[in-house]
Write a protein of this length. Structure first.
Length: 343
């Protein structure tokens, strides 16, 4: 009888131990993380930082490997969200621009000349609008963990200084495969060319594309665009938040303890990333000096000059406010007005 009980106890212990390790056994040996940019700069560096923090917090159970320069896009950077939804990509530090063709509400950040500054952006992200957007992307298959930063987008080219809409006439400007960007640049007289970033760099070198629009600190400086473009125009026409997200399929496979650890790591990473990304993003003398020292001619548009461009893109705003959702846009406008009063 004692032998029988002993045998049952061994079986119980074996089953208990197996079940305790069940979650770990079901976890993948590697979780793929997508990043459009390279490993340098606040955006790229934060991917490695997040992966290391998660690995440490989960005792090595969750190993995230960053794949830089859009290696996981399957040929098109706007595929990223769909691949996450399908569980092909596990994590991403994704631009709202790249995700906006799938989640139309994310186009709110690309409305031309909509956000006046970073205070306005923070209030929108941290308020009801930001929460609603995270709910919307979760409904479509991706869990938002934290808001990160790419910054205001400015214009570089190899032809001429851009001070007024007429200066853009006929210029081929690389944009992402997002319809709102095509509409915006057509409205101000340019010839928008949609292509992946990796392809764009080759096009700049070959001279088949004249210019591009991207943030100074995270793209222009790390990519040394002064090697292909002589002119930069600072106009802050659109903002580009980054979402640190995870496939909902993958998220649901984690136990609550690991979810909590990931959320904490995401919050810490986002805080570090935003701080690094915003150093110089408001176009301090130091950031612009780097461009000038490397031979770029820097043009900072005045409020009057910007208003001319804004007026020309009003039809784009009207069209896309309807696409995004009038109520969501109005809610964001109220938050922006709050930010303006805080100045």
């Amino acid at each position: 009888m004692a032998k029988k009980h002993f045998g049952l106890m061994i079986i119980f212990v074996f089953v208990f131990c197996f079940s305790c390790s069940g979650f770990a056994a079901n976890y993948k040996p590697e979780y793929k993380m997508s990043i459009i940019v390279g490993p340098t700069g606040p955006w790229g560096e934060s991917a490695a930082r997040f992966a290391e923090a998660v690995k440490k917090a989960t005792g090595g159970k969750i190993n995230i490997k960053p794949y830089y320069n859009g290696q996981l896009f399957a040929g098109k950077q706007t595929n990223e969200f769909l691949l996450m939804k399908q569980g092909v990509i596990d994590f991403a530090l994704g631009s709202t621009i790249n995700w906006s063709p799938t989640v139309k509400e994310l186009n709110i950040f690309s409305l031309p000349f909509f956000f006046p500054g970073y205070k306005a952006l923070d209030i929108v992200e941290n308020g009801e609008v930001g929460k609603q957007i995270f709910k919307l992307i979760e409904q479509k298959g991706v869990v938002g963990l934290a808001w990160c930063e790419n910054g205001f987008r400015d214009l570089t080219n190899n032809e001429r200084n851009i001070k007024k809409p007429e200066d853009l006439k006929g210029l081929k400007i690389r944009v992402v495969s997002s319809p709102i960007f095509i509409d915006t640049f057509k409205a101000i007289g340019a010839n928008p060319v949609s292509m992946n970033w990796g392809e764009a760099l080759s096009a700049f070198q070959q001279g088949t594309v004249d210019g591009q629009e991207n943030p100074v600190v995270s793209v222009t400086i790390p990519n040394k665009l002064w090697q292909v473009h002589k002119y930069i125009t600072i106009w802050n026409y659109a903002i580009d938040p980054i979402i640190l997200g995870v496939s909902k399929q993958v998220w649901n496979s984690f136990d609550q303890k690991d979810k909590d650890a990931i959320i904490k790591a995401a919050a810490e990473t986002a805080k570090w990333q935003k701080k690094g990304a915003r150093e110089g993003l408001e176009h301090s003398a130091a950031a612009l000096d780097i461009l000038r020292k490397n031979g770029m001619e820097v043009t900072v548009l005045t409020p009057v000059q910007i208003k001319t461009f804004k007026n020309m893109t009003k039809p784009v705003y009207d069209k896309w406010a309807k696409e995004i959702g009038i109520e969501l846009v109005k809610a964001a406008e109220k938050d922006i007005q709050k930010a303006e009063k805080v100045k």
